[in-house]
Ligand binder design. Structure first.
Ligand code: 16G
Length: 231
């Protein structure tokens, strides 16, 4: 009996590791019981154990599902476009300005460029269903995007499509701040309204810095949400 339930456990662990994405349904208890020659009760115990370990979760009446991997999944590297779509909102950017400028000391340091090297600077008011949510100033090494960028839509989608560049990791800091009059006007809120200032340096697979961005989020429309776990 112990041998069989250990086999079932191994089988499920392998399935969770290689076969199932988070939130995919596990095979039903009944078919696991048949396949492994175990009672439903024993199958349930094996699943209970996996549930206690946080590897699966149960939904009464519909089955057992693969859990989310625990490694900081909640702080995923996403784009504005993805964030808005996930909330059922229509992402947009208006207005958009682009300039080629010398990197300067801070941006150059973050992007590992000399201060005189050129960067493409994008300034975008990011909107959700047409409402301004965030003011974003992004710098990219000009040498990485030699043919320019079409910026009607998502910067990250365009970087992937046109240059095969995918930001994989980012260092990010979040500060509280207030909006100066110009930034407040761009976001259509009162001057000196509170905001979050998020600075991101994003790196690709090879560890090259590909973006240095500053995003100013309206304090009345944003919250930083983290899922945290006890080890
Ligand atoms: C997010 C990123 C920003 C990136 C942008 C791309 C943060 C703090 N910042 O706003 O660095 O440039 O997404 O969005 O999340 P896009 O692909 O929709 O243009």
């Amino acid at each position: 009996m112990a041998g069989k339930s250990a086999r079932l456990r191994e089988h499920l662990l392998a399935l969770l590791r290689d076969g199932l994405a988070p939130h995919d349904r596990l095979p039903p208890e009944r078919s696991l019981a048949e396949e492994f020659g175990l009672s439903r009760l024993t199958v349930r115990r094996v699943l209970d154990e996996l549930e206690q370990e946080g590897l699966v979760y149960r939904v009464r009446g519909s089955g057992t599902f693969a859990g989310e991997p625990r490694i900081a999944k909640s702080v995923e590297l996403t784009s504005f476009t993805e964030d808005m779509r996930a909330r059922g909102l229509r992402p947009g950017s208006s207005p958009v300005t682009r300039e080629l400028v010398p990197a300067g000391a801070d941006v150059g340091y973050a992007l590992r460029l000399s201060p005189s090297e050129e960067v493409l600077r994008l300034t975008r008011v990011r909107t959700a269903d047409g409402e301004p949510m965030c003011l974003e100033r992004t710098h990219l090494p000009a040498a990485l995007v030699p043919g320019g960028l079409d910026l009607d839509g998502s910067l990250y989608e365009e970087l992937a499509r046109r240059y095969d560049i995918v930001p994989r990791r980012a260092e990010q800091t979040i500060n509280a701040t207030v909006l100066g009059p110009d930034d407040a006007e761009a976001l259509q809120v009162a001057a000196f309204s509170p905001a979050f200032l998020v600075r991101r340096t994003a790196y690709d697979d090879r560890g090259r810095p590909v973006e240095r961005a500053e995003s100013l989020y309206r304090g009345d429309r944003y919250a930083y949400h983290l899922t945290i776990y006890r080890a």
